[in-house]
Design a protein around this ligand. Structure first.
Ligand code: ATP
Length: 225
């Protein structure tokens, strides 16, 4: 049997993208051996307030941050979509585009996973993909599974694996906890630093920093300084 391509899909608001996202993605390609890896910025995220930057700016910052890395691609399908985007719909589209001949892995941090039961048709995700979860500073750790919300515990109990090769043995429905470098970086903190006129250097790529500066993003009334 020909091996099906293993596809990593990293959804997020990326408002803006930072080294917390990028380093996790880089390590996951090594650990899991993805054949393709897509960053998928959300157009109009359903479960949070309006982003600080427009969807086009957020996608441009993702593109800039990965432009020299042949492992990564930007997928702007949710940006082009009018209205709210859902991951279930995007995953269904991927299946059609790959002709059902790919194993999809949706990547998320612990904070996102612990609220997954609020996602649109969240249990459908297990029919469409595997989940790959990474720990995140400030969030409950993935080894503390007994403290997860009951609904999540029940739906996920039989799905956990510590073996990345399970992701190729089965086409969907597993949850792999991947250990990656813990970086206490968040887009919220970056936006707050900018609002307080403090430096954001070394939290994200210089190309993104320069883009934020050029386009006066996240700056309130006075502009980026
Ligand atoms: P915000 O602070 O605006 O909520 P964020 O930094 O959490 O933004 P998102 O774009 O919302 O970034 O995150 C996209 C995905 O990346 C989520 O699944 C989130 O858990 C994960 N993620 C973000 N930052 C990190 C980090 N430092 N380490 C691990 N995972 C992260």
């Amino acid at each position: 049997m020909t091996k099906m391509p293993l596809v990593g899909i990293y959804g997020g608001t990326f408002d803006p993208i930072h080294y917390g996202h990028l380093r996790v993605a880089e390590e996951l390609v090594d650990t899991i051996g993805f054949d393709r890896f897509y960053f998928v910025p959300a157009g109009e995220p359903r479960l949070r307030g309006a982003p600080g930057a427009s969807k086009h700016h957020r996608a441009s910052m993702v593109a800039l941050s990965i432009r020299n890395n042949p492992r990564f691609s930007l997928d702007d399908r949710e940006i082009k979509h009018s209205g709210e985007s859902t991951s279930v719909e995007s995953l269904q589209e991927y299946h059609v585009e790959f002709g059902g001949n790919a194993v999809l892995c949706f990547i998320m941090g612990a904070d996102t996973f612990l609220k997954i039961n609020y996602w649109y048709l969240w249990q459908e995700l297990f029919q469409l993909c595997h989940l790959v979860i990474v720990d995140r500073p400030g969030s409950m750790r993935m080894i503390d599974r007994r403290d997860f919300p009951q609904e999540i515990q029940h739906a996920c109990a039989s799905r956990w694996t510590d073996d990345p090769s399970d992701l190729t043995r089965q086409c969907n429905g597993k949850i792999f906890f991947a250990q990656t470098t813990l970086l206490d970086i968040s887009a919220t903190r970056i936006r707050n630093l900018l609002a307080a006129d403090k430096s954001i250097r070394y939290l994200l790529p210089d190309a993104v920093l320069n883009y934020i500066k050029t386009h006066y993003l996240y700056s309130g009334e006075n502009g980026f300084k």
